[in-house]
Write a protein that binds this ligand. Structure first.
Ligand code: NDP
Length: 475
């Protein structure tokens, strides 16, 4: 036994992760259900480092130094359980099983419990950055015990992305915490992409500009506060011309967005925890709407009653859209981090939000300059109740607020859908409101269902006899 770490599941992600370990000087045991993938990895990349290939799972486990560290990188769901079951007979107490696939966090909690009962460590790990990240340095979000992180952590930190010399990998928290944080990362990614898409649409309609011209605007934006991977690739995509037609590539792509499910999981969990993650929810529903073909067809030709958007000052319009995008983005991240805080309390995870933002600075899809500001905000106050109330973000929104309002109002006037922009602004106005019409909701609930209410002026829980003499009694 001489391998320091093993990877089973050598499709695009596992293959690149194994190469990343090898390139960083680790001896890597490699295994895949069908041996052909293992052979081709060693044939094509064997010179990149020290690989120990095995055809059977038994030989694979035997090739690992103890305590063994096995990374499973297979299709999420049933296949992960199948691979765990195959591994179990050959593992010994203290071994560490890492699931680096996109598992749903309740599955991770279940698996961790089952393996802990056998004296094994189970580490559910979020890995973001796609194929290229896996090879060159992803953002890694491991859960599991502190004890397992002590020996596994340094290996993962070494192969992760680094920003300013700091690894984009930290121990997120126990059992499902790592996969949870990866899930919210993906939810935020949905919101970020939707906001960028809305900005693009507003610019396209408002300016009547070509996709490539808007690509230039995004390229310019990528030199400022919005600097991020997603803005950068947006510029690139918008400037790309379709070879077959000579048209802008974005104009030949069918406008129906698909999803693999992490956005949906994030929204479902937001509902479970009662956390208003409206940016992520709007983004997920916007994808759903885009794919609602019969409904969209039935709605063609419905009246718009709008004269469109006549942009008088091009430069200030572009700046308004930029500010609206930035402010809405702050709201989406603030909401996602709220969800992490709520889950951390609910499931007993003790997640450090500043550290979470820090490991998202590189390697992953939402990597952005902006994440440094988030880490700094939690350094100022680790228990910050609301990110957008932090001095830096409050002042950023203050600067952009007039623009944001002009854009949301203008979009409504012009009939341009901007669900994430407008719901983010509504969230901002609601969360800062000294008093909300929720008071009326409580009164209605008491009226029809005797659900009781609390008063602003006295402690206690009350009910009014609505159908009788309307006296109030303490419930
Ligand atoms: P896939 O999700 O396409 O899964 C293919 C791999 O799973 C193959 O190695 C396949 O083995 C193996 N497999 C499937 N069923 C079983 C089974 N019952 N028993 C044993 N092995 C099985 O591979 P990816 O590389 O795309 O993704 C791997 C994981 O990483 C997934 O969980 C994915 O969600 C996650 N992920 C993917 C990202 C991406 O950008 N693609 C980004 C981040 C995470 P065989 O070769 O024998 O068929």
């Amino acid at each position: 036994a001489r391998a320091q770490i093993g990877v089973t599941g050598l499709a695009v992600m596992g293959r690149n992760l194994a190469r990343n370990f090898a390139r960083n000087g680790f001896t890597v045991a490699v295994h895949n259900r069908s041996y052909a993938r293992t052979e081709s990895l060693v044939a094509e990349h064997g010179d990149e480092g020290d690989f120990v290939p095995s055809e059977t799972i038994e030989d694979f486990v035997a090739s690992l130094e103890r305590p063994r560290k096995v990374v499973i990188m297979v299709k999420a769901g049933g296949p992960t359980d199948a691979v765990i079951d195959e591994l179990l007979p050959f593992l010994d107490e203290g071994d560490i099983v890492v699931d680096a696939g996109n598992a749903h966090f309740p599955d991770t909690i279940r698996r961790e419990k089952a393996l802990a009962a056998k004296g094994l460590h189970f580490v559910g790990t979020g890995v973001s950055g796609g194929e290229e990240g896996a090879l060159l340095g992803p953002s890694i979000m491991p859960g599991g015990t502190k004890e397992s992180y002590a020996s596994l952590g340094p290996i993962l930190e070494k192969i992760s992305a680094h920003v300013d010399g700091v690894p984009c990998c930290t121990h997120v928290g126990p059992d499902g915490a790592g996969h949870f944080v990866k899930m919210v990362h993906n939810g935020i990614e949905y919101a970020d992409m939707q906001l960028i898409a809305e900005a693009y649409d507003l610019l396209r309609v408002g300016l009547g500009a070509s996709a490539a011209e808007i690509g230039d605007i995004f390229e310019e934006w990528n030199t400022g506060d919005l600097e991020s991977f997603l803005i950068e690739i947006t510029a690139d995509v918008l400037k790309h011309t379709d070879a077959a037609t000579g048209k802008a590539f974005v104009d030949v792509v069918l406008d129906q967005a698909q999803q693999k499910g992490t956005g949906r999981w994030t929204v479902q969990n937001g509902l479970d925890l009662g956390v208003p993650i409206t940016g992520i929810a709007e983004a997920t529903f916007a994808r759903g709407l885009s794919g609602s073909v019969p409904q969209r067809e039935a709605a063609q030709g419905l009246p718009a009653h709008t004269a469109g958007w006549e942009v008088k000052d091009r430069e200030s319009f572009v700046e308004d859209v930029r500010q609206a995008l930035y402010a809405s983005k702050i709201v989406a991240y603030s909401q996602g981090l709220d969800q992490i805080a709520a889950a951390s309390a609910e499931y007993g995870w003790d997640i450090d939000r500043g550290a979470t933002a820090r490991i998202w600075r590189g390697g992953c899809i939402i990597r952005a300059r902006f994440l440094n500001r988030i880490t700094e905000a939690y350094e100022r106050d680790a228990n910050l109740p609301l990110l957008l109330a932090d001095e830096f973000f409050a002042s950023a929104i203050d600067q952009g607020l007039a623009s944001w309002r002009r854009i949301v109002a203008g979009a409504a006037q012009a009939g341009i859908p901007a669900p994430a922009f407008s719901s983010s602004l509504s969230y901002y106005d609601a969360v800062r409101a000294p008093r909300l019409p929720a008071a009326l909701i409580q009164a209605q609930r008491d009226f029809f269902g005797a659900h009781t209410y609390r008063r602003t002026d006295r402690d206690g829980v009350f009910h009014t006899e609505w159908s009788g003499d309307r006296t109030e009694a303490e419930a």
